[in-house]
Write a protein that binds this ligand. Structure first.
Ligand SMILES: Nc1ncnc2c1ncn2[C@@H]1O[C@H](COP(=O)(O)OP(=O)(O)OP(=O)(O)O)[C@@H](O)[C@H]1O
Ligand SMILES: [Mg+2]
Length: 235
C-alpha cells in the first residue's frame, strides 16, 4: 500500500524462519537467490575488519550504504533478508551480530521512507538506542490466551529497550466470540484493528502469491488499519 502511494519502502525480514518475501509476492526461486546478510562473510569481515579468529573487530562498521545496495526490489518494495546469527545468549558479540544490529539502526534513509521490520516475538536483535528511530511496534496476535501473553512479553521487552508504543493487530478473527475476546484483553487505545480469517488469504498462501493481490477482503481491513497508523503519525 505504501509503495502504491509512491513511498520508498524497505522491508527487512529479521525472522529466522524468513517468509516475508513470499507474502510480498517474491517467487521461491527469487528468494532462494538472495543471500541473507548474516551469511555475507566477506562483506562482514571487510566492514568489521575482523581478524581470523574474530577476536578483534570494529563494533561500529560503516553500513549506511548497505540497505539500499543489498536489497532486492519487487513491485516497488525493497526486501532485505537479515538472516540469523546463532547467539550464545543475549550478550553475544560476534562480527555478524554487530553487523546486523548496526544495519537495523541505519535503515531509515529519508523521512518519507517507510521501513517495516518483520521480527519474531523475541527482540534479541535490538539493543537500547538502536530503536530510537522506530515509530511503533505492532504485535500481530490471534484471538487466544497464548497470543495475548506474547503481546505482554513484547510490551515488557520493548519497555526495556525504551519503546513504549506497542500496538496490536488481531488477525484470524473468526466470529463475535473472537472479537469480544480481543476487546476484553487488549486496551482499546492499543488496538489498531482486526483482520478476519479469510479463505482468500489462505488461498494466496497455497499459491505462493501475495495476499495483497488476491485477498481484497483482508486488504480492505488492513487499509483501515493503515489509515489509523497514518493519522496517528501525523498528530
Ligand atoms: N487473515 C488470515 N486469514 C487466513 N489465513 C491467514 C490470515 N493471516 C495469515 N494467514 C495464514 O496463516 C499462516 C501464517 O501467517 P503468517 O506467516 O503471516 O504468520 P506469522 O505470525 O508471521 O507466522 P510466524 O510466527 O511463523 O512468522 C499463513 O499460512 C497465512 O497464509
Ligand atoms: Mg512471520
Amino acid at each position: 500500500m505504501y509503495a502504491d502511494e509512491g513511498h520508498n519502502v524497505l522491508c527487512a525480514d529479521v525472522d529466522p524462519d524468513a517468509n516475508l518475501g513470499l507474502a510480498l509476492g517474491f517467487s521461491e526461486e527469487e528468494l532462494a537467490a538472495i543471500t541473507p546478510i548474516s551469511e555475507m562473510k566477506e562483506l562482514i569481515r571487510e566492514r568489521t575488519e575482523a581478524d581470523q579468529f574474530e577476536k578483534f573487530f570494529k563494533i561500529n562498521p560503516k553500513v549506511d550504504d548497505l540497505p539500499d545496495k543489498l536489497a532486492t526490489e519487487k513491485n516497488g518494495v525493497k526486501l532485505l533478508l537479515m538472516g540469523t546469527v546463532k547467539t550464545g545468549g543475549s550478550g553475544c558479540v560476534c562480527p555478524e551480530h554487530v553487523m546486523l544490529k548496526r544495519i537495523l539502526s541505519h535503515l531509515i534513509v529519508g523521512r518519507e521512507d517507510v521501513v517495516i521490520m518483520d521480527m519474531e516475538a523475541g527482540l534479541e536483535h535490538l539493543a537500547r538506542g538502536t530503536t530510537d528511530f522506530m515509530d511503533q511496534f505492532i504485535v500481530v496476535i490471534e484471538p487466544g490466551a497464548r497470543s495475548v501473553q506474547t503481546y505482554h512479553s513484547v510490551v515488557r521487552l520493548a519497555a526495556d529497550l525504551g519503546i513504549h508504543k506497542v500496538n496490536v493487530v488481531a488477525n484470524k478473527v473468526r466470529d463475535e466470540q473472537d472479537e469480544a475476546f480481543i476487546r476484553e484483553n487488549i486496551p482499546e487505545e492499543n488496538l489498531l484493528g482486526m483482520i478476519h480469517y479469510s479463505g482468500k488469504v489462505a488461498d494466496a498462501d497455497r499459491r505462493c502469491a501475495s495476499p495483497y493481490d488476491m485477498a481484497s477482503d483482508a486488504v480492505e481491513e488492513i487499509r483501515r488499519i493503515k489509515e489509523k497508523i497514518d493519522t496517528d503519525r501525523r498528530n
